[in-house]
Design a protein around this ligand. Sequence first.
Ligand code: DLL
Length: 440
Amino acid sequence: MWNSQLECLARTDLEQLQLTRLVQTVQRTYDRVPFYRKAFDDAGVRPDSIKTLADLSRLPFTRKSDLRDNYPFGLFSEPLSNVSRLHASSGTKGKPTVVGYTKGDIQVWAEVVARSLAAAGARPGDIIHNSYGYGLFTGGLGLHYGAENLGATVVPASGGRTQQQILLLQDFKARVLCSTPSYALNIALTLQELGVPRDSINLEIGIFGAEPWTEEFRVQIESLLKINALDIYGLSEVMGPGVSMECLQGRNGLHIWEDHFLPEIIDPKTGQSLPYGEEGELVFTTLTKEAIPVLRYRTGDVSKLTIERCPCGRSMVRMARVRARLDDMLIIRGVNLFPSEIEKVLLQIEELAPNYQLVLERKRALDTLEVQVEITEQLLGRWGTFDDGHVELSALTERIQFLFKDGLGLTAEVTLLKPKSIARSEGKAVRVIDRRKENT
Ligand code: DLL
């Protein structure tokens, strides 16, 4: 354990620490950020009326749109002269959201990422191959500083140039791979295609996150790469990677580093806090952030919390693997579902590779879904050729459609593709292609 004193802190002491830090954060935001001052005044909440952790629920929420509306630096609580780094989200759905870090913030970040790496079984002296993108995305530098803090040797590979990354994995003998799960799959499939023997690489641990992935995906990656694959979570608005991490002993939920990030689960419709064990939207309040603290930030991520003891001995609450993002919910002919539910079905079918895409279209005011998925190299080898008239192709398509209907109540068109038809991920995978706007 990287910091057993804090990671195993008795709950009463932890809650006391959280309260002290919450009060400071509330006062800091009220005094320094006009947006928060107005939000407090509008809600009729005085900062000095926050006396217990339960008072948290009286504070107003912060949303991604608030960061965008105050673009770029409007929610900062420090002058830029004290901000030593900026990161931003990709901004594919509008203006990017910009976040800043003081030197102190970067130290805290390196601490929580070092804890996360150690929880996954990484050790000082390890070689850590970091394929998260470097740049405005928080993944690359976030893992980088944490790995250096741990005392590891980092290979700052970033995303892409997969064949070269494989050479580096073979020659430098990294024990730990940090990447998105979809990029890890890309590496695994490229290894197979190049005929690289598994024992020419030394990987034992994968630290995968930044996008939703299912337990079924984990099983596939673990068996392809012969490693332990563990889940790391985070978001730029709260810090970046290392807000929470699954531990090697428990492998069942991610410990939230609660001395820095105060979690809640709320009902996304009513905003009411939900008890442990109930699924809802994950909300975070930062407790130590200096440059851009956030109060009750609505992540849009669906999860639940548990306080049950973990075999690793850490006292910090765990969040369940993120099931989906609320805005990724699909509504197909009256059936509501998340892409991860489709992934679960697809990955149970041996003949299919874990490469898929969901294409949404609008035809005569109805939303339709086409599931495009690759068959495995092994199946192609058995079939010899791949053509539309292949009898087994239509039998397999029907079987998948039946499983969708039976398990999810979903009617979807299924298109089977040859291996390597879908562009391989180099960072966050693009799973959903929404053509509905083009059709209206
Ligand atoms: O993705 C930070 C990160 C980098 C996390 C590297 C883990 C590893 P953003 O680009 O701001 O930050 O995207 C944050 O990604 O709200 C989730 O929807 C999703 N996400 C992050 N980690 C996971 C995960 C980084 N382990 C958004 N499982 C979050 C599922 C995840 N979704």
